[in-house]
Design a binder for this molecule. Structure first.
Ligand code: BGC
Length: 308
């Protein structure tokens, strides 16, 4: 009996784990569309021609790197324009010269005949870096802060009348670039630990920390140190981001910080930095969010047994 119970427990744990870690194996948002903040159309790539190992003799996509990327401290040099040699970059390693993590969560990526990284998910219809700073993986972190939706008067948790499951909310920001609602995540700075990225981005985008005084910022950081203690990793891997190209792509680590009693994240939210709006957003299957964010939110819903 005990053995059976233990076996069942292990199976449940293993399947919950595999649901949470499932990585999508196809990208859509970075294909067959206009490249963001440009008037360039990506070359059409049908689903069956996405994998690099499928022949596509007519595949000659244009190469594009947005002018706003050149010369930025967070960006790599441009090999074509600045005459640098891609062979000298420490691909698939931590690049100690710049403290940049060039490893991919998807495993070792391949280099093309020019010595440039190849998108591990396959073709995107455009070469170059587009709007991304780094060749190869560009790492981000996504803090998913959740609480239960409650009745304003009775304070009891709201339950959906059809699924009979409690309704979850998360702190959502509206992005300045695409105006879409999103998780308040952002890029990992060189040498930064992911735990720091999560706190820093949340402080900048959902609490407008960049416009606070030194003392106010310290108070917010102290509060976030406590609030961000018990996170659960819900996703780590490739992101289907509209900025991805054949040679540069987004990867992220998403953590859930759940405020079960609504006594940790009762903060004064104010949008800042790359965000123009912030609010607690109710979660269900119709939610529309930036890049793969809906996918990460669904993982949190499964983890918390919430309405979807
Ligand atoms: C965003 C993250 C997002 C990542 C990949 C970053 O710019 O701030 O929230 O997960 O891009 O789309």
């Amino acid at each position: 009996m005990l053995k059976k119970g233990l076996f069942f427990g292990i199976c449940c744990f293993a399947s919950a784990f595999s649901i949470l870690k499932q990585v999508p194996n196809m990208h859509y948002k970075c294909r067959n569309s206009q490249y963001p903040r440009s008037n360039l159309m990506r070359l059409h790539v049908p689903d069956d021609k996405v994998p690099w190992n499928v022949e596509f003799p007519d595949y000659f996509p244009i190469s594009y790197t947005d002018p706003s990327v050149y010369g930025k401290p967070w960006a790599d040099v441009d090999f074509e324009k600045e005459g640098a040699n891609p062979q000298r970059i420490s691909w698939n390693q931590i690049d100690t010269s710049l403290n940049v993590d060039r490893t991919s969560f998807t495993g070792n990526y391949r280099l093309n005949t020019d010595g440039l990284p190849m998108n591990p998910m396959g073709r995107t219809g455009i070469k170059g870096r587009g709007l991304l700073g780094r060749w190869g993986p560009n790492h981000a972190g996504d803090p998913i802060v959740t609480r239960w939706a409650r009745d304003l008067v009775t304070k009891s948790v709201k339950v959906d009348s059809t699924t009979k499951k409690p309704i979850l909310q998360f702190v959502s920001i509206q992005r300045k670039d695409s105006k879409e609602w999103a998780i308040p995540g952002g890029m990992v700075d060189p040498g930064e630990m992911i735990t720091e990225t999560l706190k820093r981005e949340f402080a900048e985008e959902a609490l407008n920390c960049l416009e606070k005084t030194e003392a106010q910022r310290k108070a917010v950081n102290d509060r976030l140190d406590k609030a961000f203690k018990n996170g659960v990793e819900v996703y780590k891997g490739y992101v289907d981001d509209p900025r991805n190209t054949d040679n540069a792509w987004m990867e992220t680590v998403a953590y859930n910080f759940h405020d079960d009693k609504n006594d940790i994240f009762n903060m004064n939210f104010k949008a800042g930095d790359d965000a123009i709006g912030v609010r607690w957003m109710n979660i269900d299957r119709n939610i529309k969010l930036y890049a793969s964010h809906k996918h990460f939110i669904e993982k949190v819903v499964q983890l918390r047994g919430a309405h979807w």
